[in-house]
Design a protein around this ligand. Structure first.
Ligand SMILES: Cc1cc2nc3c(=O)[nH]c(=O)nc-3n(C[C@H](O)[C@H](O)[C@H](O)COP(=O)(O)OP(=O)(O)OC[C@H]3O[C@@H](n4cnc5c(N)ncnc54)[C@H](O)[C@@H]3O)c2cc1C
Ligand SMILES: *[C@@H]1O[C@H](CO)[C@@H](O)[C@H](O)[C@H]1NC(C)=O
Ligand SMILES: *[C@@H]1O[C@H](CO)[C@@H](O)[C@H](O)[C@H]1NC(C)=O
Ligand SMILES: *[C@@H]1O[C@H](CO)[C@@H](O)[C@H](O)[C@H]1NC(C)=O
Ligand SMILES: *[C@@H]1O[C@H](CO)[C@@H](O)[C@H](O)[C@H]1NC(C)=O
Ligand SMILES: *[C@@H]1O[C@H](CO)[C@@H](O)[C@H](O)[C@H]1NC(C)=O
Length: 492
């Protein structure tokens, strides 16, 4: 009898509905200790998504938390805040944007195995805080990039070839779900949610703390910098980079991206790094071939992980128009080399665009990164780990005027379409689109594959049954669409 009761209890828990059908926002606020009688307008709403919702919510926040926690549109703090973003994905017209700027906690555990980081931090903050502790984390590679978006979309780091992506090295996420319920997800606890946050972006909840696994790094020191080559040696550079990508397991501390660009002359700016100090990059088997090619400049050197990402901030310009775009292929010499030709052949189409600066960027998801992706139940991105390393072919373009937006989008989209076509013809096509470098025209979740997408939707229907994060937070890569759907621009 007792056993029977336990069994039926277990079944009830397993099928438990996370948010009840009759969820009542007023009652939820009362249960959070909010004095709803102090919010007279609240009585007017019966549904969460009513038109009145936004202004009522603003004045309610004002009443509940005080004047200095809400910046209204007519105030200078509002303008300062909304002008400091890279893309419009995290803000909204006529709605509320939640700022994480006061969620600045960074707490290293007593045994130094994990560090709990709140989303108001950028990677410069995190690595600087860890710089004298003997440990580091799988972090972004430019200091002023945020912890939240980078981790929820994947997260390529200077140590990813050893440990995997940022999202694959998170011990737990503290999440506020759609109904306001706060949960800690770990591999066994709310496991679907834990899985989905590893690549699912902003579709499942608001993460208020990331418990990141730490990695040993003596004196915070690693090696890295930029070694730049001219067109006469591009063939050698392509070979060295694809060799490094294919042979990464023999030297997993070594990694690289390449930025191909034209600044008067055609250049390949190769970022070369190694997850430990080196006197000379040629000491690394993986990097050595790059040091055998004569370069026009070289800033590679040993420095702190924190210093490296902070130094890299100088390469970012704020205040311009910008698009990222990406497609992925199975790493191969032919398609890599073709992508460079297609890029340089096409950017002439942009010559009339004021301030235009297009860059083709190569990145890799090596065997080591793929190995990290299957830890703790795997991630949501649908990698096929049996098919070898993935080459991300990314475009980044900056320009001055909104009047040129469509022209730039068209040229970028055409380059992506041509590279996709080549990859199919060469038999090296790959479905996955990397969210963190994707354009607003790309249906990223569809690129994860049918199984992964179906599972993400199943997780969302459990933790967010009324699709709050699809409807009330319409920006970024949604479960069923690109941020800007229905265009003829390249998707995936
Ligand atoms: C100069 C530059 C360098 C970059 N370098 C790297 C790199 O080294 N490696 C790499 O992988 N990517 C890199 N990226 C890409 C980067 O990962 C994405 O741009 C990412 O979206 C940035 O996250 P963010 O939190 O700064 O941005 P945001 O625009 O703030 O966030 C992006 C999206 O995630 C959501 N989000 C953010 N935080 C949370 C949270 N706590 N809970 C729920 N949703 C949240 C936001 O609502 C938004 O929709 C780089 C980008 C730039 C511009
Ligand atoms: C929600 O709860 C409040 C407080 O208990 C109640 O007054 C209100 O009628 C409920 N709303 C709905 C739609 O059930
Ligand atoms: C801005 O608007 C809010 C809300 O309407 C109001 O309370 C506040 O006084 C205004 N601030 C300024 C500086 O006008
Ligand atoms: C590094 O080694 C290469 C040859 O392997 C050499 O050309 C270069 O001068 C060395 N750089 C430094 C800074 O010692
Ligand atoms: C560097 O170039 C020399 C001469 O071509 C060659 O013998 C050597 O193997 C190369 N080393 C590397 C690491 O590529
Ligand atoms: C414009 O782009 C197309 C395809 O991307 C290419 O074939 C053509 O050569 C380009 N024209 C110029 C002027 O760059």
């Amino acid at each position: 009898m007792r056993l029977l009761l336990l069994t039926s209890y277990a079944i009830a828990v397993a099928t438990q509905i996370f948010e009840n059908e009759d969820f009542n926002v007023t009652e939820a606020l009362i249960s959070q200790g909010v004095d709803v009688s102090a919010l007279p307008q609240l009585n007017a709403i019966t549904e969460r998504s009513s038109d009145l919702g936004c202004s009522i919510a603003c004045s309610s926040l004002n009443i509940l938390y005080g004047r200095d926690t809400v910046d209204f549109r007519n105030e200078s703090a509002y303008a300062t805040f909304t002008s400091k973003f890279w893309s419009g994905a995290a803000t909204i017209e006529g709605g509320i944007t939640m700022s994480f700027e006061k969620l600045k906690g960074i707490e290293l555990s007593a045994d130094k195995k994990t560090v709990s980081v709140q989303p108001g931090n950028d990677w410069g903050d995190v690595l600087t805080a860890l710089s004298d502790t003997g440990v580091t984390v799988v972090a972004g590679r430019i200091g002023d990039i945020g912890v939240g978006g980078l981790t929820l979309g994947g997260g390529i780091s200077f140590v990813s070839n050893e440990y995997g992506l940022a999202c694959d090295n998170v011990a737990s996420f503290d999440v506020v779900t759609a109904s306001g319920r706060v949960v800690k997800t770990t591999p066994p606890q709310f496991s679907g949610l834990y899985w989905g946050l590893r690549g699912g972006g902003n579709n499942l909840g608001i993460v208020t703390s990331f418990e990141l696994e730490t990695k040993p790094l003596k004196d915070d020191l690693l090696f890295g910098g930029t070694r730049t080559f001219t067109e006469d040696v591009f063939g050698d550079v392509v070979k060295a980079w694809i060799d490094l990508t294919l042979n990464s397991p023999t030297d997993p501390k070594a990694g690289s991206w390449i930025a191909w660009m034209e600044r008067g002359v055609k250049l390949a700016a190769t970022e070369l790094w190694y997850g430990a100090p080196l006197a000379n990059g040629s000491e690394s088997v993986g990097l050595a071939p790059f040091y055998n090619i004569s370069a026009v400049s070289d800033s590679t050197r040993t420095r702190g992980h924190a210093a490296y990402v902070t130094d890299n901030e100088a390469s970012n310009t704020y205040g311009l128009r910008e698009i990222f775009y990406d497609v992925t292929v199975k790493a191969s010499y032919e398609v890599a080399s073709r992508s460079v030709d297609i890029f340089f052949e096409s950017i002439g189409n942009l010559s009339s665009v004021e301030g235009v600066f297009p860059v083709l960027i190569w990145q890799h998801i090596t065997e080591g990164s793929l190995k990290g992706s299957v830890r703790n139940g795997g991630n949501a991105m649908g990698f096929d780990t049996t098919k070898g390393p993935i080459h991300i072919i990314q475009l980044a373009c900056q320009w001055n005027n909104a009047a040129d937006d469509d022209k730039v989008y068209k040229v970028m989209s055409d380059i992506m379409k041509q590279i996709k076509k080549e990859s199919i013809e060469l038999g090296v096509a790959n479905d996955w689109v990397y969210m963190n470098y994707a354009s607003q025209f790309q249906d990223v979740i569809a690129s994860y594959g049918d199984n992964s997408k179906a599972k993400l939707k199943e997780v969302a229907s459990r933790y967010d049954p009324r699709a709050v994060f699809q409807k009330l937070q319409p920006g970024y890569f949604k479960l069923d669409r690109a941020p800007v759907p229905g265009t003829s621009y390249f998707s995936h």
